[in-house]
Design a protein around this ligand. Structure first.
Ligand code: NAD
Ligand code: UDP
Length: 332
C-alpha cells in the first residue's frame, strides 16, 4: 500500500511508520515538527519506500495514497495547551484536509482519536457506546472537543461521501521515543527517578490510568486499518488499571530508587479514572495487548537512559511483591 501518516515524526507516528515499512508498505510521513522531531525518524530516512515532508496539516495536501493514518496533533496536556486555538485548528482543519484527501483518492482513513472523548467518565470501564462527560469550555477542551469534532467529521464523510473510515479511540500509550519534555506522567516519573528527584504526584495520586505499550497500540492500529467494514469507534488500550501512586512506586523501583513523592495540585478537569473496555477490539480484530506494564516500563526506561548516555538497567526480578509503600510527601 501507499500510506500517508500525518504526525509521523511523533512518538506513536514514528513507531507506526517503522512498522508499516517493515510490512512492505510505502510511507509518506508528514509533520510540522511541533512536538515530533527528525530524530524520531532518522533511522528511516534513506530507506527505500520512506519519504518525509515538512507540512502543516491545517493546509491542504493531496497525496495519491490508499491508506491515511491521521495522527497529527499534540497529545500531552502541556503541549496541546501551549496554543489551544492551534490545537483546535489542527484537529478540525487537519481532519477536514485529510478527509478531502481520502475522498479525492478513494483512500481508507484512520483517525487517531482518544479516550479523552469520554472526558471525566461517569461510566467505568469506558465502552464505545458511552457519549462522555467533557467540559466544553475548560483548558482540556481544545483537545477533547477538537477530537470529538474530528470524530463527527469522520462519521459525516462516511455517511455523506462514503469515505471508508476507521476510528481508533486510543488510551494512554507509552514507550521509547516519548518526548522528554511532554509533562506526561510516565516521562515525568522516569526522568525524576533517573535524576534521583522525588516524583511529582498530582492530587492524591488515587486517580487511575491504563497504560498501553506502543508496540501493542501500533499492532491494534494496523489491524483496525486492515480489517474490512469497521466504521464505528474502537477502543485501543491496555485494560489493566493503575493509580498514579502505584505507577510512581513501580517506576521508582525499576530505576533502583526509593519511591519518594511530592504532591502537586491536580490540574483542572483531570479525569479521576480511565480504563478501556476492549471487548470490541478483541472480537472484531482479535487484538489484545501483550506487554505488561513492568516490561514496557523497563524498555522505556532503557530508552530514556540511552538518550541520556546512561548504561542500560540492571536486571531486576519481575514481581509485584517489590512494591514498597510510597514514602512521601517530602518537603518541597
Ligand atoms: P506526539 O506529539 O508525539 O505526535 C504528534 C505529531 O503530530 C508530532 O510529530 C507533531 O509534530 C505533529 N503535529 C502536530 N500538529 C501538527 C500540524 N498542525 N501539522 C503537522 N504535524 C503536526 O503525540 P503522540 O503521543 O505520538 O500522539 C499521536 C496521535 O495519537 C495524536 O493525534 C494523539 O492525539 C493521539 N493519541 C495519543 C495518545 C497517547 O497516549 N500518546 C492517546 C490518545 C490519542
Ligand atoms: N500526573 C502526575 N504527575 C505528573 C504528571 C501527571 O501525577 O508528573 C497525573 C495527571 O494528573 C493525570 C495522570 O497522571 O492524572 C496522567 O497524566 P498524563 O498527562 O500522562 O495523561 P492524561 O491526563 O492525558 O491521561
Amino acid at each position: 500500500m501507499r500510506v500517508l501518516v500525518t504526525g509521523g515524526a511523533g512518538f506513536i507516528g514514528s513507531h507506526l511508520c517503522e512498522r508499516l515499512l517493515n510490512d512492505g508498505h510505502h510511507v509518506l510521513c508528514v509533520d510540522n515538527f511541533f512536538t515530533g522531531s527528525r530524530d524520531n525518524v532518522a533511522h528511516l530516512l534513506g530507506q527505500p519506500g520512506f519519504r518525509m515532508i515538512e507540512h502543516d496539516v491545517c493546509l491542504p495536501l493531496y497525496a495519491d495514497v490508499e491508506w491515511i493514518f491521521n495522527l497529527a496533533c499534540p497529545a500531552s496536556p502541556i503541549h496541546y495547551q501551549i496554543d489551544p486555538i492551534k490545537t483546535v485548528q489542527t484537529n478540525v482543519m487537519g481532519m477536514l484536509n485529510a478527509l478531502e484527501n481520502a475522498r479525492r483518492f478513494g483512500a481508507r482513513i484512520l483517525q487517531a482519536s482518544t479516550s479523552e472523548v469520554y472526558g471525566d467518565p461517569a461510566v467505568h470501564p469506558q465502552v464505545e457506546s458511552y457519549w462522555g462527560n467533557v467540559n466544553p469550555i475548560g483548558p482540556r477542551a481544545c483537545y477533547d472537543e477538537g477530537k470529538r469534532v474530528a470524530e463527527t467529521l469522520m462519521s459525516d464523510y462516511h455517511r455523506q461521501a462514503k469515505v471508508d473510515i476507521r476510528l481508533a479511540r486510543i488510551f494512554n500509550t507509552y514507550g521509547p521515543r516519548m518526548a522528554e519534555n511532554d509533562g506526561r506522567v510516565v516521562s515525568n516519573f522516569i526522568l525524576q527517578a533517573l535524576r534521583g528527584e522525588p516524583l511529582t504526584v498530582y492530587g492524591t495520586g488515587e486517580q487511575t490510568r491504563s497504560f498501553c505499550y506502543v508496540d501493542d497500540l501500533v499492532e491494534g492500529l494496523v489491524r483496525l486499518m486492515s480489517a474490512e467494514g469497521i466504521h464505528e469507534p474502537v477502543n485501543l488500550g491496555n485494560p489493566v488499571e493503575f493509580t498514579m501512586r502505584e505507577l510512581a512506586e513501580t517506576v521508582a523501583w525499576l530505576c533502583g530508587q526509593e519511591a519518594q513523592v511530592v504532591f502537586r495540585p491536580l490540574p483542572q478537569d483531570d479525569p479521576a479514572q480511565r480504563q478501556p473496555n476492549i471487548s470490541r477490539a478483541k472480537s472484531l480484530l482479535g487484538w489484545t495487548p501483550t506487554v505488561q506494564l513492568e516490561e514496557g516500563l523497563r524498555r522505556t526506561i532503557d530508552d530514556f537512559r540511552r538518550r541520556r548516555n546512561m548504561e542500560p538497567l540492571p536486571e531486576r526480578r519481575s514481581t509485584t511483591a517489590h512494591r514498597a509503600p510510597v514514602m512521601g510527601p517530602v518537603a518541597d
